[in-house]
Design a protein around this ligand. Structure first.
Ligand code: GLU
Length: 420
């Protein structure tokens, strides 16, 4: 497998080849601005102490304080965090947020920790990174296997260190602790709004369209519920252990309730005959829209030619490799790229930060309409660029983001300015 970061930068070079970009811009975006590593020594419930590796990377802050989640996952490593921070830089530019990109993570299997151990780990993260983050410097948020509870502990720890309440240091907090209405389902809702907005352009109709969702976490689940409510048929769902598929469809609420009760998708309720399979098998099953909502590198050169979906919508970060992109594009599959498809999360994070700074809170209806107002025009612009320049939607999204980043970088002057 080629290296993640090298692969990610290919997308930038591809976009740059379709436009004129000052070399200063490419130079500035070549490497992360700063990265901090730490070892978190945490007291376990049995009295022993364990050490966890942790990172935070601020990739670029040209357009504002850096923004991005913190993930707790066994496979977290520095290169992955750097790449995710790179993607956040472009995601924030696509959504026109006044933020740069960042990411953080801890190499840990959070499901093996008790609740108290998880709290101590979350607080240890902030102790180690408190001078790196800050409401005007770098603002974390939830990501894989972190949630509003974790954000609340982190905010509390930061506020204790700086000795005053500081809700704007982190987003995705519980509502009662300065969180925003509408943040929980924002990632799934963003993907839903993009698809519904471009439905006619994609030539799809809700009651004639089937969907497979790989990954039934926050993003996948909320997306499934919104699409299901509008008449789309959910034919496949998976979690990290098992995939289920039924051409007759299933109700994502019932599947979710079943999983909560039984701890597995096996035997979940569906409308017809349920087939059980692996995650990899599910990706290549028949459907119209495929939603990778789990990990990076799921659709690769090895399985891309077997994908049957006509549309792939990336709710996960980086689920399709550049080699797979090429194959999908040749086969006429539309890929809605992560930096647009899952940008709803960071958009509502931005709303949360604005509300925290202003001390003035919005209703759920306001959040929903502001999210729609912000994401739809960006989706439309990216679609237009892809038609005009005859490029895939990912390249179009990178072109769109790079335009904004270029304007910001060159506003400080370039070689042409200083030598004239
Ligand atoms: N972790 C989410 C993402 O990858 C949200 C980031 C944020 O809200 O800052 O987009």
């Amino acid at each position: 497998m080629p290296r993640l970061f090298t692969e990610a930068k290919k997308r930038l070079r591809e976009a740059a080849s379709h436009m004129s970009v000052d070399p200063d811009v490419m130079e500035k975006l070549k490497y992360p601005k700063e990265t901090l590593s730490a070892s978190l020594l945490v007291r376990m419930d049995d009295g022993s102490r364990r050490c966890f590796k942790a990172w935070r990377c601020r990739y670029d802050d040209t357009r504002g304080p850096t923004k991005g989640g913190i993930r707790f996952h066994t496979n977290v490593r520095l290169e992955e965090i750097m790449t995710l921070a790179f993607w956040m830089t472009f995601k924030c530019a696509v959504a026109n947020l006044p933020f740069g990109g960042a990411k953080g993570g801890v190499a840990v299997n959070a499901s093996k920790l008790s609740k108290s151990e998880l709290e101590r780990l979350s607080r240890a993260y902030v102790k180690a990174f408190h001078s790196f983050i800050g409401p005007d410097r770098d603002i974390p948020a939830p990501d894989m296997y972190t949630n509003s509870m974790v954000m609340g502990w982190m905010e509390d720890e930061y506020s204790a260190i700086v000795d005053h309440p500081s809700p704007a240091v982190i987003t995705g907090k519980p509502l009662e602790l300065g969180g925003s209405e509408g943040r929980t389902d924002a990632t799934g809702r963003g993907g839903y709004l993009v698809i519904r907005h471009l439905e006619k352009d994609f030539e799809i109709e809700p009651d004639k369209t089937s969907i497979i969702i790989q990954g039934f976490g926050n993003a996948g689940y909320n997306f499934a519920c919104l699409m299901h409510a509008d008449g789309y048929k959910i034919v496949g769902i998976s979690d990290s252990r098992l995939a289920i598929y039924d051409t007759e469809g299933m109700d994502p609420h019932s599947v979710h309730n079943y999983k909560m009760k039984n701890g597995t998708l096996s035997g979940a309720p569906s409308n017809g005959t349920l087939k059980e399979m692996t995650n990899q098998e599910l990706l290549i099953e028949a459907c119209d829209i495929l939603i990778p909502a789990a990990l990076e590198n799921q659709i690769t050169a090895d399985n891309a030619s077997k994908i049957q979906a006509r549309i792939v919508c990336e709710l996960a970060n980086g689920p399709v490799t550049p080699a797979a992109d090429k194959i999908l594009c040749e086969n006429g599959t539309i890929v809605i790229p992560d930096i647009l498809a899952n940008s709803g999360g960071v958009i509502v994070s931005y709303f949360e930060w604005v509300q925290n700074k202003a001390g003035y809170y919005w209703s759920l209806a306001e959040v929903h309409s502001k999210l729609k107002e912000r994401i739809e025009p960006e989706a439309r612009t990216i679609w237009k660029i892809s038609l005009e320049k005859n490029v895939d939607m990912r390249t179009a999204a990178y072109i769109h983001a790079l335009e904004r980043l270029s304007k910001a970088v060159t506003a400080h002057g370039t070689k042409a300015y200083f030598s004239s």
